[in-house]
Ligand binder design. Structure first.
Ligand code: UDX
Ligand code: UDX
Ligand code: ADP
Length: 480
């Protein structure tokens, strides 16, 4: 029987292993984590992450061939295939601060595998890591090998949050990188056999280790670049009277470009895009490729620009000050259908508004007050200048309220900012919201979810990313 152990029960490890267990009943899957709270949650009715369809999958397999445990060493020791899906944040200090991946968790997982293993293992890189990490891990394992054979594979995960289960059921591709030796090929085949239970053979791609590692970074960089491209054009749309929705649609009709992932927004967020691009930038710089590094850096700079442009629009529209004004924030997660707030643009937008002394009232259907307060209290990590951190004054946070109701959040507000594209925001009773707000009532749509004309007819002054400007906004000072 194939026994799989996955180290790290997070956004990637949890859903991926649940789907492997569902689709391969003959395989035993144990997900382990050092966080007792996380494992307890995976074993309860309240899973630690919100992901449509996940509850169902977990319910079907948990206790059958899917287990969650904190007994990391026991399950690593018993497994044939070990997935490593631990966090790899950007380093905040020391060599490569602001760009390089912090591999502390990875290295400690590798050393633990070397310590406890008594039989041959296939070790699979699941978390996104810098190119050549597999080689480093191989060194740690083989130097401590006690005669055990380790095969390292890179099997990056391409699922997106909010659609993780669907993505895992029907992946565009599964990528497996391995050593081009007989043992390497055998290990690749063993992992391929697991996926082949439900993924068509032609969608399982096999490459060398470094191609697999680099493909993941490149894919995320390309995706983020599309968003920065469309966001850059959105600024020009506002300046010229073009409409970003029409432009993106026309551009996407070119089959060489394609229609997906061209929605202008207040900026991309999530745990991957910025981190992976910074990682790519660092690798380029280490290899003396400064032009290439600068090219990719620009994708993040445009993303930062888009967020500050949004804040400037809010402030300049409202007579150049939001001091003491209540601003409602609808949506805090980095995208709809997830409770994840890592790198969400809402953090920067809220901090920008707080910096201008606004009072903000936040509603998100999946993010807890605790999480929001933690996110806003965290020092902004300035990737471009990692040493200059500018904390907000402690009093700024007393101006943040979190509610469980959109109408409560918007009551008595001067302006509303939509920062996540939750479906329910489309169906809000905007007349009711308008009636409860100070006038003039402003609405800033950072996700292009509202019907602009309908809202203008109600009386709102509406700003929507990349859309022709409301006459009111045209008269306001230019946005830097
Ligand atoms: C991303 C990749 O899509 C996935 O393949 C990889 O494995 C992990 O990183 P994720 O971060 O979960 O997935 O979500 P994604 O749907 O890619 O969205 C990322 C950010 O871009 C979100 O903030 C989203 O709102 C934003 N976005 C996305 C846009 O602003 N416009 C778009 O057209 C698409
Ligand atoms: C381009 C656009 O494709 C077309 O839609 C527009 O109307 C005019 O400009 P063209 O310049 O004729 O057309 O050729 P295209 O096939 O786009 O190639 C442009 C250049 O890019 C060529 O030098 C080509 O060799 C190069 N290219 C194209 C690459 O280097 N790699 C590719 O993958 C594709
Ligand atoms: P991702 O989005 O990549 O899945 P997460 O941060 O959601 O990242 O999950 C990573 C998980 O890995 C966390 O739950 C963390 O506790 C766990 N983890 C980190 N290091 C180890 C380790 N050495 N052993 C077991 N679990 C670990």
């Amino acid at each position: 029987m194939v026994k799989i152990c996955c180290i790290g029960a997070g956004y990637v490890g949890g859903p991926t292993m649940a789907v492997i267990a569902l689709k391969s009943p003959a395989v035993e899957v144990v997900v382990v984590d050092i966080s007792v709270a996380r494992i307890n949650a995976w074993n309860s009715d309240q899973l630690p992450i919100y992901e449509p369809g996940l509850d169902d999958v977990v319910k079907q397999c948990r206790g059958r061939n899917l287990f969650f445990s904190t007994d990391v060493e026991k399950h690593v020791c018993e497994a044939n295939i070990i997935f490593v899906s631990v966090n790899t944040p950007t380093k905040t200090r020391g060599l490569g601060a602001g760009k390089a991946a912090d591999l502390t968790y990875w290295e400690s997982a590798a050393r633990m595998i070397a310590d406890v293993s008594k039989s041959d293992k296939i070790v699979v890189e699941k978390s996104t890591v810098p190119v050549k990490t597999a080689e480093a891990i191989e060194k740690i394992l083989t130097h401590n090998s006690k005669g055990i054979n380790y095969q390292i594979l890179s099997n990056p995960e391409f699922l997106a949050e909010g659609t993780a289960i669907q993505d895992l059921f029907k992946p565009d591709r599964v990528l497996i990188g391995g050593r081009e030796t007989p043992e390497g090929r055998k290990a690749v085949q063993a992992l391929k056999d697991v996926y082949a239970q439900w993924v068509p053979e032609e969608r399982i791609l096999t490459t060398n280790l470094w191609s697999a590692e680099l493909s993941k970074l490149a894919a995320n960089a390309f995706l983020a670049q599309r968003i920065s491209s469309v966001n850059a054009i959105s600024a020009l749309c506002e300046a010229t009277g073009a409409n970003i929705t029409e432009v993106a649609y026309s551009v996407g009709k070119d089959s060489r470009i394609g229609p997906k992932f061209l929605n202008a927004s207040v900026g991309f967020g999530g745990s991957c895009f910025q981190k992976d691009i910074l990682n790519l930038v660092y690798i380029c710089e280490c290899n003396g490729l400064s032009e290439v590094a600068n090219y990719w850096k620009q994708v993040i700079k445009i993303n930062d620009y888009q967020k500050s442009r949004f804040v400037n629009r809010v402030v300049s529209s409202m007579f150049n000050t939001v001091s003491g004004k209540k601003i409602a924030v609808l949506g805090f997660a980095f995208k709809k259908d997830t409770g994840d707030t890592r790198e969400t643009p809402a953090i920067d937008v809220c901090k920008g508004l707080l910096g201008d002394k606004a009072t903000i009232s936040i509603y998100d259907p999946q993010v807890t007050e605790d999480q929001i307060q933690r996110d806003l209290a965290m020092n902004k990590f300035d990737w471009d200048h990692p040493i200059h951190l500018q904390p907000l004054s402690p009093t700024a946070f007393t101006q943040v309220a979190v509610t469980w109701d959109a109408y409560e959040a918007t009551k008595g507000a001067h302006g509303v900012c939509i920062l996540t594209e939750w479906d329910e925001f489309k169906d809000l009773d905007f007349q009711k919201i308008y009636d409860s707000m100070h006038k003039p009532a402003f609405l800033f749509d950072g996700r292009n979810v509202v019907d602009v004309e309908k809202l203008r007819a109600i009386g709102f002054i509406v700003y929507a990313i990349g859309k022709p400007l409301d006459p009111w906004l045209k008269d306001m000072p230019a946005v830097a």
